[in-house]
Ligand binder design. Sequence first.
Ligand SMILES: [Fe+2]
Length: 454
Amino acid sequence: MTAIDDTTTDLPFYMKGNYAPVAEEVEAVDLDIVGALPPELSGRFFRNGANPSGEPPAHWFDGDGMLHGIRLRDGRAEWYRNRWVRTKLLAGEERFDPETFEFDLSAGRANTHVIRHAGRILAVEEGSFPMEVSPDLETLGSVDFGGVLDTPFTAHPHVCAETGEMHFFGYELVSEPHATYYVADASGQITHRQPINVPSPVMMHDFAISRNHAIFLDLPVVFDIDLAMTGGMPFEWKPSNGSRIGLLDRRNVGSSTPAQPRWFDIDSCYVFHILNAWEEDDGNVVVLDAGRHSSMWDGSPDAFEPCYLWRWRFDLRTGAVTETQLDDVEHAFPRIDDRRTGLANRYGWAVTNRPGETSSLDAATGVVKYDVVNDSKSFHDFGPGRSTSEPVFVPASDGAGEDEGWIMSFVYDPATNSSEFTVLDATDMAAEPVATVALPQRVPNGFHGSWFAD
Ligand SMILES: [Fe+2]
């Protein structure tokens, strides 16, 4: 494979380098492995991302969803394949009806994350309904939970480690309520739905759960209809909107008169991604760890302030909030052992850059492992020029300890314009990968992924 031709400088950044889409859907079987795949890894690693099928979209986030998947079993890499999600938009249909001013929520990009709940694999993007795909990456169709879902569906639902419930929300820009909170039980049926009163149409990319709370982010990236009408980025940085975090008591879920969140004002910032949340002091303190940007898109859709790990502590007795920067290493795509969702975690993993390199994902050369209990960290560096996708933690067994398992990602090498699937030992970040699997084509910079064990 040859290096990418980057001389076409009039293209936006997300059409160049390893942000550029791939043109083909391919498949390869019985892939070559360097090292040894742990034999207990039996399942599928899927990752989603924007892969425009035609003309460049107005923003990186608006490209057609493409899934890249690899199937592992018995120490073998049985197959790799990539598939666009067959959305209405990919087929050329419109999502907005100019006569009724309504959006077709079954028409989205399905490009941001891929998750599994109650046996269904869902490709999700925050402006529309989920798209169900098969274990072989074939698109099965739009999902509206029997008609109960009537808003967009977040790209970041969270499954409670204790109940198996999937907690999620949808945010709406042009009509109120601007957010709606849902709970689906472990069988995949929506059992709770309630509006969340958010004053302005803000971008809410993620949220969190703790044992007793659902946690909402009302932060000042605000939708602007005039910007939207220009066809460009429809959000602006508007710190006058305020920054606040809402804690909704999950014990109130199911009430005929569900309560609204209790809102806590915080310093102006933006958060795309939560690391985790949990409770301390007999549930009187809620702790939230997340990636904090001091601002977002301030004056330009390309203005992207670096992201650092911060902690907020909300004291439910006094209403006090403390805000603390936990670390000074820039990161993106923070993940935990999902078995700790809503419970105190010790470890987290995220993409990071070599010090002094830009915040472009092309420079995402490594993975940082945070130990938030001992206030320490370690790194894996994939080598000069190489870049990694989001690190996904996979436990070695059901009973394994919090970091006893593997970190999976796709790693791109610009020198050969090729990608590998890589497995790291999550307990020993500095060690060489335990396995790398050669892939038949590069995997572009993308968004989020998951491991689906058999
Ligand atoms: Fe995300």
